[in-house]
Design a protein around this ligand. Structure first.
Ligand code: 8IG
Length: 272
């Protein structure tokens, strides 16, 4: 059995070979809604199905395989991960973070984690993009669980004080001063929260709730790269709005916001 780091290194070599990109600068993991908008970044020079790369598990959400799109955006070599996988699909923490570990192993020094989430502050409704300032990991797991990382990797007791890079958040502030910041509470899902759970995380200081991002952020930070998190609020969290949560509405909010999400990424990537 290879360890998760060797597996990511193997997948990185396969990705480089198949994409023709010998290295990457930035990995962008696309959450719901963000994929539709990412076309604005330009045409992909290569599209690799993750089913052709070691260690990747297939997403169960979309029905098609995941893809890694390789693009040159103003000289920045960007890998877009389409078809993120989640704990709630039955994956382990190591499987969830494997795409991020792979693109970092292929050279990326910055990771942008995008997602769609629920909003806790009624002032920030559906369609608002928020920059993640910090997170609360409520998944009860960690990508650092298991055997100690091999020689040459940082300690598994990774410091998360500066998890979401202050430098990258300042860059966003420059490029898009209207965006606010929030604290993302990461649940396992896939059910949405009860109103009592939303009251709990609000009391803890969270302003956003979702089912992704936190494990990927930890794994990326462990590998020493800068992390930026961007959340699209697709719905108000349970009990904040008095309408029932509905997955279709969530998808619709993503589709409606796609254009502006793409424009935001196109503006940010050259500045990161
Ligand atoms: I979109 O309200 C989206 N993802 N946990 N709660 C959680 N995840 C979400 C939500 C939400 N909306």
């Amino acid at each position: 059995m290879t360890n998760p780091y060797e597996l990511a290194q193997l997948a990185a070599d396969e990705l480089r070979e198949k994409s023709g990109f010998d290295s990457y600068d930035i990995a962008i993991v696309l959450g719901s809604g963000w994929k539709e908008g990412a076309g604005v970044l330009g045409e992909a020079k290569s599209v690799v199905a993750t089913s052709e790369l070691s260690g990747f598990v297939a997403p169960t959400v979309t029905g098609h395989s995941g893809q890694i799109l390789s693009l040159d955006v103003n000289g920045r070599k960007v890998a877009l991960v389409a078809g993120r996988v989640h704990l709630y699909e039955g994956n382990t923490a190591h499987q969830v973070v494997h795409p991020v570990r792979t693109i970092i192993a292929a050279g990326a020094s910055k990771v942008v984690l995008t997602n769609a989430c629920g909003g806790i502050d009624p002032a920030h409704g559906a369609g608002t993009v928020v920059v993640i300032r910090d997170h609360i990991n409520l998944t009860s797991t960690s990508p650092m669980e298991g055997a100690s990382p091999p020689e040459g990797y940082g300690s598994r007791f990774v410091d998360l004080t500066d998890l979401y890079s202050a430098r990258l958040r300042a860059v966003v502030k420059q490029a898009a001063p209207a965006l606010g910041e929030g604290v993302y509470a990461g649940f396992r899902g896939p059910h949405y929260e009860t109103p009592a759970e939303i009251t709990m995380v609000k009391t803890m200081g969270a302003t956003l709730v979702g089912m992704s991002t936190v494990l990927e952020a930890i794994a990326a930070r462990h590998l020493g790269v800068e992390v930026l998190g961007l959340s699209l609020i697709s719905n108000l969290a349970a009990g904040v709005s008095h309408t029932a949560l509905n997955h279709l509405e969530v998808l619709e909010a993503g589709q409606n916001a796609a254009g502006s999400l793409g424009a935001l990424l196109a503006e940010l990537v050259p500045a990161l």
